[in-house]
Write a protein that binds this ligand. Structure first.
Ligand SMILES: Cc1ncc(COP(=O)(O)O)c(C=O)c1O
Ligand SMILES: N[C@@H](CCOP(=O)(O)O)C(=O)O
Length: 468
């Protein structure tokens, strides 16, 4: 399998290359040159497989020759062996129509573990084949950071520099990052928003004075391997609900558009998905883009769902590319305009193509709390604020055929956002034992101004040069 950039001028890479590269050298994002397609019979044959085996079968076409099927299965078995639930991503029923897909049974209590536990192993595997050193530079609004740090802390040939917006992640999220004291882990709290942090990370990928000396790699969902691993749980849930002989809809709490784009990939592979509901909080650039065609970034407003406080959604570029018939020149032009003005108008063709599968909804604070209360009072389920936003959208969805189940993705454990949950339903969820004595541990992180030069100087003074 070869991968091409959404902006058309970076070299095509194989899976190993794309995993280690992160962002393409032309600023674009890598996508497979064609979507692999499973027949109805092939999808039916996947029903009932244990999660690690299902993951190997779904991912093998993307991995190609970079890993044998046997080796990929060893890696998926190891990655998902660390999850606290035997089903890895268990599905629960709310009522006759609504379902909940729990994605937070990994070591750091968020859906990010599903991809990052595997990505840590992929880095190790590919680095063992070459004399190289990786400098991971990432941005987080809370969950990617802890999951990535857990996945690579203490590993040889890798350093990780993780930027988070100072004061804008929950206490649990921050401590899950800053209490990891391994020598190869550097936490940086920047003065600014997640969007500011993400912009600095992307700039570093295109800064020759950095990339010439260091092997910069990505753990954010700009890295294709992240999305590939997330495709699997769409298959896992849909198969349990009757796919490929029954269509399923998914409601996805959305920020950087990675998780819901993985659902789009599942649909391209042949999984019968009736609809993908893109659920946002009041930072609603994606809702505006999908409902009116206006993708323009406003100022980020902090909310009780901080991991979705995002106004520049990296992976939307991947959808724009496909929706424009893979016209890379158009995407390069659109993204150049967006980078300069923070405004992008979707073409009619892009809007129509997106409307074939996606709808969107926005939840404000009251609607989010109402969804948390409904889940608790009607079913006894305690859900986190991000999941609540998607549940609100799932229950408000119009025009779905009566026999289509709607699956809400539960992206974080409620205990990651204890204050918000307690104020919504009057009950404080307990942290699972697997995160240990989080509030007793020493924290270590650096505060930096939200300026590229300060972050660059910090990283380059501490990172190990490639081939080092
Ligand atoms: C708990 C939680 N829910 C939802 C999201 C949004 O997911 P995505 O950025 O893939 O759209 C995030 C952050 O990515 C998150 O941490
Ligand atoms: N919500 C994310 C933001 C980063 O998104 P990613 O999926 O691109 O890594 C977070 O919690 O860090």
């Amino acid at each position: 399998m070869k991968y091409v950039s959404t902006r058309g001028t970076a070299p095509a890479l194989d899976f190993e290359g794309v995993t280690l590269a992160g962002l393409a050298s032309d600023g674009g994002l890598y996508v497979p040159e064609a979507w692999p397609r499973f027949s109805t019979e092939e999808i039916a044959a996947l029903a009932g497989l244990p999660y690690a085996q299902l993951a190997q079968k779904i991912m093998q076409p993307f991995v190609g020759d970079s890993l044998t099927p046997e080796r990929l299965l060893e890696l998926t078995t190891k990655a998902y062996g660390r999850f606290a639930h035997a089903a890895v991503t268990p599905l629960k029923q709310f009522d006759e129509r609504q379902w909940l897909l729990e994605l937070f049974h990994g070591p750091t209590l968020a859906f990010k573990d599903v991809a990052l536990q595997l990505l840590g192993l992929l880095f190790e595997e590919f680095l063992s084949r070459r004399d190289d050193h990786l400098t991971i530079v990432g941005a987080t609004s809370g969950d990617t950071g802890s999951a990535a740090i857990d996945a690579v802390a203490g590993r040889a040939k890798v350093d990780i520099f993780m930027l988070h917006p100072d004061g804008r992640v929950s206490d649990v999220q921050r401590r899950q990052m800053t209490t990891v004291l391994s020598d190869n882990v550097y936490n940086i709290a920047i003065d600014g928003s997640f969007d500011d942090a993400q912009a600095m990370v992307k700039r570093m990928f295109n800064d020759a004075s950095v990339t010439g000396q260091f092997g910069i790699a990505a753990v954010n969902s700009i890295n294709w391997a992240r999305l590939m691993a997330q495709v699997v749980y769409y298959f896992a849930a849909a198969l349990q609900l009757g796919a490929p002989h029954r269509k399923v809809a998914f409601s996805v709490p959305t920020g950087n558009f990675g998780d819901v784009f993985a659902g789009y990939v599942a649909a391209q592979m042949g999984l019968p998905i009736e609809r993908l509901i893109v659920a946002t909080n009041i930072n609603d650039i994606l809702h505006r883009a999908l409902s009116t065609g206006d993708y323009s970034a406003g100022t980020v407003t902090p909310t009780a769902a901080p991991s979705m406080d995002i106004q520049v959604s990296s992976n939307f570029e991947r959808l724009l590319f496909d929706a424009a018939g893979r016209d890379a020149a158009l995407i390069a032009q659109q993204m150049k305009t967006f980078d300069a003005t923070k405004v992008l108008q979707l073409t009619n063709a892009q809007r129509e193509a997106a409307a074939g599968l996606f709808t969107s909804a926005r939840a404000d604070a009251d609607q989010m709390v109402a969804a948390q209360r409904w889940a608790f009072e009607a079913t006894g389920e305690v859900i986190d604020p991000h999941t609540a936003i998607a549940l609100h959208a799932a229950r408000a969805a119009q025009g779905l055929p009566a026999d289509v189940p709607v699956v809400t993705l539960a992206t974080a454990h409620p205990a990651k956002f204890g204050d918000a949950v307690e104020s919504a339903i009057g009950l404080r969820p307990e942290l699972p034992a697997r995160v240990g004595d989080l509030f007793e541990r020493e924290e270590r992180f650096e505060r930096l101004p939200g300026e590229y030069d300060a972050v660059k100087a910090y990283v380059t003074a501490r990172a190990t040069p490639r081939h080092g």
